[in-house]
Structure formats: structure tokens, C-alpha cells
Design a protein. Structure first.
Length: 282
């Protein structure tokens, strides 16, 4: 690509400093903006939420390597900038040549329509796990991810990177009152299942039962619309969170592993529900 006269070349400019500050939570809150780093996340926000993109930055090499991003952005994004690698590196060490400054949605809510599958995280503290669960929920076809008041900021750069763009595919809904939220989900027809290592029910057994129900045998039915509660990475679910559930379900461990990472367990539970719901009669 031929160098352009409007190429951003100064890594010490005020613009670069402002963008870099968005890696911190206080700046994100103050400005109502956050960073999307890397071609995959940038591609997804340009494709699925272009109205939220305040500024898009690409190196010339990235623009050549990912022409679809530049082509779509030229149509849907108001401010598109080409910049040198030094400028992108000064803005973010994880940009890989592509970076977007995105406006935070002020009031994210659960979808209004019928809900089939929701992930609820009362206390997700690890950014990588939170992002991976959002990505897994998206892949399983979930309607939303709900974050309790003790969860980490969903716009933390590590969370955003870990979602690989799924943050822009389904609502990630912060709530202050988990009791009221689970009550609302029940009103909407969802059962509430908690995932815990000492759960009474085995998710594999429930998946088998959903495929071949036995008359008069009552078990949690994975074919039903379901909200899954997933606990904190280190401490699991607190007693008051377990009490919100209709049943507590474990993921079996057949080998010698002491436990499963919460994101792995969440993926298995969400997919068990997704499979059972796909096979359920209309």
C-alpha cells in the first residue's frame, strides 16, 4: 500500500496517550469507551456493532492482510485511521496491527424475547475465564451472559481479547441483584441449574436422560430452557448462590485431575443443554 499523507506517525502524540489510557478501568469508566485489540475482535465489532466504533486504527500491513476489515469499515465506521506499527504498538501491545476504540453500551439488558439458554456468573474474577465463557456461551447459542456485581469488568482488555469477538454477538448483562434476576428468569420459564464439583446430579447422566427420557423418573431436564450458574474460579459458588438453583450439577472427572477450570466446565454444561434443546420436540 502506498504511504498516505494522513498516516499517523507520532507514537508520542496526545491521541496515542489517550487511547493507551483506555487499558485502565478508571479511564474506561470516565470516557465510556474501551479497546478492542487484534484483527479478530476488530473484524467482529466492525461487522456486528459498527455504530459503537469511535475510531479504528490499522497499520498499512494489517490493512493489506485483512482487506475485508478496511472495506467494511470505510462504509460503516466514521473515523478510520492508518498508522505506523510504532503508533499501534504505543497504543497497545496486543493490537497486532488492528485496534478499535469502542463506546460502552450504557444499559445492557436481557433480551425481551423467549430465552432458551443463559450463563450466569455471580462472581467471575479472572478476565481470561470470563472472556472464554462468553465465547463458549456464544458458540453454544446462548441468549445472554449475566454478570453479578462482584464480577470483573467485561471491558477489561484481557476479557475482550478472550471473547474473540463474541462480546459483540450476544448481550453481556451486568446486574446488581442476582436474586431478582434469577426470579425474572424463572418467570420467563427457565429452570436454574448450578454447576459445582459436589453436585447431586451428573451432567452426563442428565444428557443421557434428555436423549432417552424414562417415564416417571424425575431428573433436571436439559431440554428445558435453562440458566446455568457458574461459580468463582477459586471459591466456587457461595451458599446463597447455590440456594438460587433448582438443582446442583457436577461435571464428572474420570481421570486424576483434581478439578476442571471453570471455563471448561461451563463449556461442557452449556453444550449439554444446547444439544438436548436441539433434540427436544417443538
Amino acid at each position: 500500500m502506498t504511504e498516505r499523507p494522513d498516516l499517523l506517525t507520532n507514537p508520542r502524540s496526545d491521541r496515542v496517550a489517550m487511547v493507551k489510557r483506555l487499558s485502565g478501568r478508571s479511564a474506561r469508566r470516565r470516557h465510556g469507551q474501551f479497546l478492542v485489540e487484534g484483527p479478530q475482535g476488530v473484524r467482529e465489532v466492525v461487522r456486528h456493532a459498527p455504530e459503537r466504533v469511535r475510531d479504528l486504527y490499522l497499520t498499512e500491513e494489517a490493512a493489506d492482510r485483512h482487506p475485508e476489515i478496511l472495506a467494511e469499515a470505510r462504509v460503516t465506521v466514521r473515523h478510520v485511521h492508518l498508522a505506523t506499527p510504532e503508533v499501534l504498538a504505543a497504543m497497545s501491545g496486543d493490537a497486532q496491527g488492528a485496534l478499535a476504540v469502542v463506546r460502552t453500551e450504557p444499559d445492557v439488558a436481557l433480551p425481551a424475547g423467549p430465552l432458551r439458554l443463559v450463563a450466569v456468573l455471580p462472581w467471575a474474577a479472572d478476565p481470561g475465564n470470563l472472556g472464554t465463557i462468553v465465547r463458549a456461551a456464544d458458540a453454544a447459542g446462548a441468549d445472554a451472559v449475566v454478570l453479578g456485581p462482584d464480577s470483573t469488568d467485561p471491558h477489561n482488555p484481557k476479557v475482550v481479547r478472550s471473547t474473540a469477538g463474541s462480546l459483540f454477538h450476544l448481550p453481556v448483562v451486568p446486574v446488581e441483584d442476582l436474586v431478582a434476576t434469577t426470579a425474572r428468569l424463572r418467570v420467563d420459564g427457565l429452570q436454574v441449574l448450578a454447576a459445582a464439583a459436589d453436585g447431586e446430579w451428573d451432567v452426563d447422566d442428565l444428557a443421557d436422560a434428555a436423549l432417552a427420557p424414562v417415564p416417571d423418573v424425575v431428573v433436571p431436564d436439559l431440554r428445558r430452557p435453562t440458566a446455568w450458574l457458574f461459580g468463582n474460579e477459586a471459591h466456587g459458588l457461595r451458599p446463597e448462590e447455590r440456594d438460587l438453583a433448582d438443582a446442583v450439577v457436577r461435571v464428572p472427572i474420570h481421570g486424576l485431575a483434581e478439578s476442571l477450570n471453570v471455563a471448561t466446565a461451563a463449556t461442557l454444561c452449556l453444550y449439554a443443554s444446547a444439544r438436548a434443546q436441539r433434540r427436544a420436540p417443538d
